[in-house]
Design a protein around this ligand. Structure first.
Ligand code: C2E
Ligand code: MG
Ligand code: MG
Length: 271
């Protein structure tokens, strides 16, 4: 128990230090329209560049940050950085897509998310309709009515809401008709098994049909193979994201790749 307490204490101070020393970076992965293949947006994915350990993946530190109660600081860093970047792109006028950011369920369930977003939107003077929040079903397991209220307030700010990792949670599907959600992101675990694995393609087809009937936009995550790409195009899935089409890269590299202005480091971080 002592060893574990010490490890938690060390990690708490290391994550705080990483925020103070600016060791986090925003990577971006492109999202494409399935029909025509145009660039339709990007997802912001955080990276931790530890001076000793090198690049640390979010799957390694996000669950820990949630457990240690530090996720709000990290999410707010991402919100500020993403809004600053979007402001730059909107001023430049070449960017027509959306920028999506991941909001942890632990953060979503706390007070203050709507206020933090409103402040960032005002501070950077962005058109919020190009900002998308990716949340997971676990965000509304604790209290459905509170989640609905938060989502309605977020929608009033003008942001779009996407449901990430769709198909992996345990909630009742009826929430799709009760919550103001714009988009579903089919989890990569389903995409990985199309078109061959028995039953899986049928599930993906059913998700696409359901999304269309409910007027929800659909993104397939984790597209790695041409056969998956073709299968999803045939189903008329709206957007595709995955290593086959574009891997996540630094925001500088992304700007170079898609002829956007090089990101400036914003002055204000309110974590
Ligand atoms: P996610 O939001 O579902 O993000 C998609 C993950 O799939 C990313 O991993 C991305 O690099 C990876 N990916 C994309 N295309 C492919 C593909 O074709 N094949 C494979 N194998 N993987 C693909 P990443 O960046 O390691 O992020 C993992 C998770 O960590 C994210 O899953 C998200 O839940 C969380 N995360 C990442 N950035 C943030 C952040 O800024 N804030 C919060 N709260 N969570 C974040
Ligand atoms: Mg995501
Ligand atoms: Mg996902």
């Amino acid at each position: 128990m002592n060893a574990r307490s010490l490890e938690r204490l060390t990690m708490t101070s290391r994550i705080k230090q990483a925020l103070e020393h600016n060791e986090f970076a925003l990577h971006l992965q492109p999202i494409f329209r399935a029909e025509g293949g145009d660039l339709a947006g990007a997802e912001a994915l955080i990276r931790w560049q530890d001076p000793q350990l090198g690049m640390i993946s979010p799957s390694q530190f996000i669950p820990l940050a949630e457990e240690l109660g530090l996720i709000t600081h990290i999410d707010r860093w991402v919100i500020n950085r993403s809004c600053a970047l979007l402001a730059q792109w909107q001023q430049d006028k070449r960017w027509q897509g959306r920028l999506a950011i991941n909001i942890s369920a632990a953060h979503f369930c706390q007070d203050g998310l709507v206020k933090a977003l409103r402040e960032a939107i005002d501070r950077y003077q962005i058109d919020a309709s190009q900002l998308e929040l990716e949340i997971t079903e676990s965000s509304f397991i604790q209290s459905f009515s509170r989640a609905k209220q938060v989502l309605l307030e977020l929608k009033l700010l003008g942001v779009k809401i996407a449901l990430d990792d769709f198909g992996t949670g345990y909630s009742a599907l009826s929430y799709l008709t009760k919550l103001p959600i714009d988009k579903l992101k089919i989890d990569s675990s389903f995409v990985a098994k199309v078109p061959d694995e028995y039953g899986n393609s049928e599930i993906v087809s059913a998700i696409v049909a359901m999304a269309k009937n409910l007027n929800l936009t659909l993104v397939a995550e984790g597209v790695e193979k041409p056969c998956q790409h073709q299968f999803l195009q045939r189903l008329h899935c709206d957007y595709l994201q995955g290593f086959l089409l574009g891997k996540p890269c630094s925001s500088e590299e992304f700007a170079k790749r898609y002829s956007l202005p090089q990101p400036r480091t914003p002055q204000i971080y309110e974590c």
